[in-house]
Every structure is written in C-alpha cells, then in structure tokens.
Design a protein around this ligand. Structure first.
Ligand SMILES: Nc1ncnc2c1ncn2[C@@H]1O[C@H](COP(=O)(O)OP(=O)(O)O)[C@@H](O)[C@H]1O
Ligand SMILES: [Mg+2]
Length: 248
C-alpha cells in the first residue's frame, strides 16, 4: 500500500444544482477550498446543507454544473468516462448505512470491488489483511447481518481500502452508531491515516467526532460558512471543551 502521502484536493467555484419542477435548488453554491495531503477534515452543517453532494462531487459520483475539482494533478471535472471510472476505483467511499451486500460473506464484501478483475487469489489475501487491520480477522466468513453496526462499518472501511485509496470520503460514517462505537471508528480512521498517509474527508453531525479532526469546514445552504484549523497544539483529549468552544 502507498505509504507516502494522501491526495491534495483543490476545489474552485464548484456548483451543483437540482431542478425540482420549476424551482432550481443550489445544493453546492460556489465552493472553493484546498485540502492538504494527509489531513483529516470534518464537514459539518445542518441536514440539507450540501455535505453529501460535495462528497459525491469530489468522488465523481455526481457531476458538477460548474467549477472544478482537482485531485493531485488530475482535474476530475474534466475527465471522460473511462478515466472517471479509473479515478473512482482509486477513491475510497464509506456510507452511513454501510451498503454491504447481504448475501456475501464479510471477506467477499471486502474483495467485491475488484472481483471482476484478474488475480482473485491476491485479492482475497489482501482483503484478509485489511480485515485484520480493522480488527475483524476472525469474522471473514460471517454474513453482514451477523455483525454489529460498528463491525459492519469496519467491513465497509476495509472494502473502501481495497483500491489503495489516497483519498477516503466518508458520509456520516458514525451516524448510525452509538457514541462509543463511533469514537472507535474514528480511532480506526485516524490510525489508517497515520499508517497510510491518506487524506480523509468526513461528513458528521457529531461534535465529539468533528473536534478530533485536523480541520472543520461548516456548510450552510451549500456555502462554506466556517473553516477552522484544529491543529493548534491543544490536547485533543479536551474534545468536549473544544467542541463547546467551537459551537459544534
Ligand atoms: N438528487 C437530488 N434531487 C433533488 N434535490 C437534491 C438531490 N440531492 C440532494 N438534494 C438537495 O440538495 C440539498 C443538499 O443535500 P445534501 O447534499 O444531501 O445535504 P446534507 O448531506 O448536508 O444533508 C438539499 O436541499 C437536498 O434536498
Ligand atoms: Mg448527507
């Protein structure tokens, strides 16, 4: 796995609109920002503020109506279909509801993203290794329904790592979990960042999660309304004090 650095993400004048009947709703409204390689950034803001849409645009799951997204030296908003699908395979995506395939074992869920390609034996070995790194080496043959929510999210994270991503996008990854399990999932993501140097952008409503990230970007009506550097040398253990001060 690439142990160098994560991706740099540069966004300029990004716009995404939805047409709902005669109305036009601007879900992402002229957003510009730069995310440093290897940082863990929390994306906050009320429901409907554009967090998911922004993640989808960066992951090339949705297409922008204006502006650019550039990941490292690749302007993804200018890519054609084949190049886009190669790009998507290099980005890890984690969802609130895990999105595991219920009929597949844990091991097959993790290796599913690369099943159609060659080298299946290698993929299985790699999937086993990833399951080990998320603490689930002993549950390879279980089905998703036999796991707790936190364990299912660990499987989803292992799956997201199959493509050796340098950028991991997580949409409220702890939103379905109790706070202790949610904190453990964040521990895991921070560990993975330290091991692999990847860049992580995660949407969250939870103050205890956001306060432990390197940077907090708050959206309101599709715009950035606050952007705070949290790497200010404070003890990250004081997350509740910090969260209160940040009005999270
Ligand atoms: N496919 C869609 N069609 C129409 N409107 C959408 C669609 N996806 C999102 N929206 C609207 O865009 C806005 C931003 O949504 P979203 O990015 O999901 O916000 P968040 O993730 O912060 O809750 C909301 O007003 C939402 O209703
Ligand atoms: Mg959302």
């Amino acid at each position: 796995m690439d142990a160098t650095t994560g991706s740099t993400v540069r966004i300029a004048g990004l716009v995404r609109q939805f047409r709902t009947g005669p109305e036009r709703l601007t879900a992402v409204d002229d957003v510009s920002l730069e995310i440093a390689a290897g940082s863990v950034v929390a994306l906050t803001g009320p429901s409907g503020s554009g967090k998911s849409t922004l993640l989808h645009l960066i992951g090339a799951i949705e297409q922008a109506d204006g502006g650019t997204v550039t990941v490292d030296d690749l302007e993804i908003t200018a890519l054609r279909r084949a190049a886009l699908s190669r790009y998507r395979q290099r980005v890890g995506f984690v969802f609130q509801r895990y999105h595991l395939l219920p009929a597949l074992t844990v091991l097959d869920n993790v290796s599913a993203p690369v099943l159609p390609r060659r080298g299946r034996a290698d993929h299985a070995a790699r999937a086993r290794k990833l399951l080990e790194s998320v603490g689930l080496a002993d549950r390879q043959r279980a089905l998703p329904a036999q796991l707790s929510g936190g364990q299912q999210q660990r499987v989803a994270i292992a799956r997201a790592l199959m493509g050796e991503p340098r950028l991991l996008l997580a949409d409220e990854p702890t939103g379905n979990l109790d706070s202790t399990t949610g904190a453990q999932i964040l521990d895991l993501l921070l560990d993975l960042r330290d091991q692999h140097g990847m860049t992580i952008l995660l949407a969250t409503h939870e103050r205890a999660i956001a306060a432990r990230c390197d940077r907090l970007i708050r959206l309101g009506d599709g715009r950035i309304v606050e952007d705070i550097d949290l790497t200010d040398g404070e003890d990250p253990a004081d997350t509740y004090d910090r969260a209160a001060r940040l009005r999270l």
